[in-house]
Design a protein around this ligand. Structure first.
Ligand code: PLP
Length: 403
């Protein structure tokens, strides 16, 4: 018999680094989720921009179960067919010539930052190690990636940090021009900052950063862990900006809910990670790659990507209408299906209240910091689910504003 468990058990047996919601989901289908009590939710959270095709998508279930009956894991002392097919697909659809697989966004960035350092040291000598990153960025929770991320609340309190990292204000090209030098090995940015508050790079900033990197032989690294895999309406966000990075990292939506990460780069840069310089036991395992291959096959279809923009407009129109009624948002921003509704000063710090009120009304939303409500639903969410979810969200807004 299966042991009965409930939310209270979290506090009993789990490390307290998370504060999960009061309900425990047990089943999902498309953009709907059901909890232990059978209550139904519209899912605008998407497992934090991970469930790119919703829950239990038939193509992903088929890919996973078919691969599960064949081969799960072989390690990187062997290669495997799903990994080779997925890497080929990524090379065909992006600037990349080479791919490294891992299991998460943090690992993809760890690989990217190590590669940027190795490349610069090999080519230009031991002093070229400075990494420039931006305030409010988020790049993962390993000690290197959390140090490159620009949020001290995540990186302080663990003793000495990896050095050689500088943080600048995001979208401030003058500050970047002043700081970058021939000692800079990489400039690292999210083209659309996710955790930091759904803040897109400006076109001038992203183009200017590219030019400055070229001038100083620094690599431009785009962290597309959250903005990638169709999230912004192009396969990767760099394609919307028309600015090509030297290294791109991704994860989250790539596996549609199965853990997988990837680092994409050129053949020249990749050649600096020679045999033995970096690795991952599970990286590129057949299960993850088979699911990601199926997910990418759907997400990369032009009709699917075009629909992301239509759904963005549908969200925005309704959120504007809600705002006209309740004057709760100072700005509604983002790209594709990564949308942020920034709260007005009178509601500052209350994003979590909106999440909780949403759950009560039967809709799951996210926050991006204390002042921004974030929407990151399935890329193929039906319009009817958007409308129903926003009906419920409007009731949640009414409840929070009335308090
Ligand atoms: C979520 C996220 C990460 C970290 O990914 P994990 O899979 O949690 O390690 C890194 N960068 C960005 C931009 C993210 O949104």
């Amino acid at each position: 018999m299966t042991q009965q468990v409930q939310r209270a058990d979290f506090d009993r047996v789990m490390v307290p680094n998370y504060a999960p919601a009061a309900f425990v989901p047990v089943r999902g289908q498309g953009s709907r989720v059901w909890d232990q009590q059978g209550k139904e939710y519209v899912d605008f959270a998407g497992g934090i921009a991970v469930n790119s095709l919703g829950h239990a998508h038939p193509a992903l279930v088929a890919a996973l179960t078919e691969q599960a009956g064949k081969l799960w894991h072989v390690s990187n002392s062997l290669t495997n067919e799903p990994a080779l097919r997925l890497a080929s697909k990524l090379v065909e659809t992006t600037f990349a010539e080479k791919v490294f697989f891992c299991n998460s966004g943090g690992e993809a960035n760890e690989a990217a930052f190590k590669l940027a350092r190795r490349y610069a040291i090999d080519k230009f000598g031991p002093d070229k190690v400075e990494i420039i990153a931006f305030n409010n960025a988020f790049h993962g929770r390993t000690f290197f990636t959390v140090s490159v991320g620009g949020q001290s609340k995540y990186s302080d309190g663990f003793g000495p940090k990896p050095g050689g990292i500088t943080h600048l204000p995001f979208n401030d090209l003058d500050a970047l021009a002043k700081q970058i030098s021939d000692k800079t090995c990489a400039v690292v940015m999210e083209p659309l900052q996710g955790e930091g508050g759904i803040t897109p790079a400006t076109q001038a900033f992203i183009e200017g950063a590219r030019a400055l990197c070229d001038k100083h032989n620094a690599l431009l690294v785009f962290d597309e862990v959250q903005s990638g895999n169709g999230r912004t309406g192009t396969l990767y966000a760099y394609q919307s900006f028309g600015v090509v990075p030297d290294i791109l990292t991704t994860a989250k939506g790539l596996g549609g809910g199965f853990p997988i990460g990837a680092m994409l780069t050129t053949a020249d840069i990749a050649s600096h990670l020679a045999v033995g310089t970096h690795g991952s036991t599970y990286g590129g395992n057949p299960l993850g790659c088979a699911v990601a291959e199926a997910a990418l096959g759907i997400i990369s279809q032009p009709a699917v990507l075009a629909a992301v923009q239509d759904k963005h407009n549908r969200f925005k129109q309704r959120l504007n209408a809600i705002n006209a009624q309740y004057q709760c948002f100072s700005e509604i921003r983002g790209m594709g299906l990564l949308i942020g509704a920034a709260l007005v000063p009178a509601l500052a710090g209350k994003a979590k209240d909106f999440m909780n009120a949403g759950a009560k009304e039967g809709v799951m939303v996210l926050q991006a910091g204390p002042d921004v409500i974030r929407f990151a639903p399935s890329l193929v969410i039906p319009d009817a689910d958007i409308d129903e979810g926003l009906n419920r969200f409007e009731r949640a807004v009414a409840a929070v504003v009335a308090k």
